[in-house]
Design a protein around this ligand. Structure first.
Ligand code: PLP
Length: 390
């Protein structure tokens, strides 16, 4: 009976010590509030288009209920290869693409392959909390390098290089970025690649928001500047472009020579992605361009109306996001955004993600996801603006 009954002390300490995302606490508090407009998570309110869902239903009806290819069904890998060719102008064979359980699983596999326990990876901050979470759950340490805030977010490559230590193994580079909307310029990408080459580091390029940009067909990518032997792994997902967050499907892009290793990692973690989900993804990628275009147009409308409504209050400062679907404003006179997020639930009926959850440079800010229907984004903006100017 005297045995320690704290279960957290019985498991590996670094796993017991994993931090809960600061977004979850606010979400748990507000999720059941009637009439609340949720802007806290990174997804919209559009259901997956019917033509995509239909492909999964047909797959189930055909009896595709068995184990399937570890790396993904050949048709999906071919569709990804064609898609990358069309949008990134790169001739990338299907063997470079490994289908995963969402972008999160691709990120975890990329970390597992490159950053070991006790080693370090660089992450640009403010940052999506799951980057540090993925590193910590693999026993690795996050070294944050802050972006410069201004009318746009910018990277100082010299600051990034100065953060490298003998333990650094990878640069986890997210552009377009969650939560800042930072979109790295081609020059910044070249600078990061040169730093990685000089120091022999891996780049884990999270380009999941690459198509969700305002003013260009896509964001600059490492694909534009890399050589075949550069050590780069790409994290991608179906979640955002095709409204498929709940399907849990994405891909890791890696040199085909690592195929055997990646298939082993998939075998020993998820043992593959359900075939019906892969059929839906194949159709999304091959036939979903009109939906992506429509999504970007709607996002731009929502971004603009929220930016305008909040700036008019005179209470916020922010860079207008060039990509992804979040505003990340600083609220004047509200330094404690954890407290503020709770108050906005109770007093305004809007759910936001508190800035402290995004690491250095995040406190004092709120992350607002504008991926909902324009009427809802407009109503949330009205509520927030009224409260800020009360
Ligand atoms: N990378 C970034 C920057 C994200 O914001 C997200 C989700 O919000 C992901 C990766 C992972 O997406 P998922 O696991 O839903 O595919």
């Amino acid at each position: 009976m005297t045995q320690d009954n704290n279960w957290l002390t019985r498991i590996r300490p670094e796993i017991g010590a994993l931090e809960t995302s600061g977004i979850v606490e606010v979400f748990d508090y507000g999720r059941r509030v009637q009439g609340l407009i949720p802007l806290w998570v990174g997804e919209g309110d559009s259901p997956t288009p019917a033509f995509i869902a239909q492909a999964a239903k047909a797959s189930i009806d055909r009896g595709e209920t068995f184990y399937t290819y570890q790396a993904g069904v050949p048709e999906l890998r071919a569709a990804i290869s064609a898609y990358m060719g069309a949008h990134y102008g790169a001739r990338l064979p299907p063997e470079r693409f490994f289908v995963t359980i969402g972008g999160m699983h691709a990120l975890d596999l990329a970390v597992k392959m490159t950053v070991g326990p006790g080693e370090e990876a660089i992450v640009l901050a403010p940052a999506w909390p799951n980057f540090a979470g993925a590193l910590a759950s693999n026993g690795a340490r996050t070294v944050f390098v802050e972006l410069d805030a201004g009318t746009t977010w910018r990277l100082d490559p010299a600051r990034l290089e100065a953060a490298i230590t003998p333990l650094t193994r990878a640069i986890l580079f997210n552009s377009p970025a969650n939560p800042t909307g930072y979109v790295a310029s081609r020059e910044e990408i070249v600078a990061v690649l040169e730093i990685a080459r000089r120091h022999g580091l891996w780049i884990i390029a999270d380009e999941i928001y690459g198509r969700l940009v305002y003013g260009a067909a896509r964001a600059p990518s490492f694909h534009d500047v890399m050589e075949p032997d550069d050590k780069i792994l790409f994290v991608q997902t179906l979640s955002k472009n095709w409204a498929m967050t709940g399907w849990r499907i994405g891909w890791l892009e890696a040199p085909p020579e690592l195929g055997g290793v990646i298939e082993n990692l998939i075998q020993y973690s998820t043992s593959g992605v359900p075939a019906p989900t892969q059929r839906a993804a194949t159709v999304a990628i091959a036939e979903g361009e009109a939906f992506v275009a429509q999504t970007v147009a709607r996002l731009k409308l929502c971004r603009d109306l929220m930016v305008e409504g909040l700036l008019a209050t005179g209470r916020v400062e922010m860079a207008i996001p060039e990509g992804a679907f979040y505003l990340f404003p600083k609220i004047r006179g509200e330094p404690d955004t954890r407290k503020l997020a709770f108050r906005l639930i109770d007093e305004v009926g809007v759910g936001v993600a508190p800035g402290f959850a995004f690491g250095p440079g995040g406190e004092g800010r709120l992350r607002l996801c504008f991926a909902s229907a324009p009427e809802r984004v407009a109503e949330a903006t009205r509520r927030l603006a009224a409260w800020l100017t009360r």
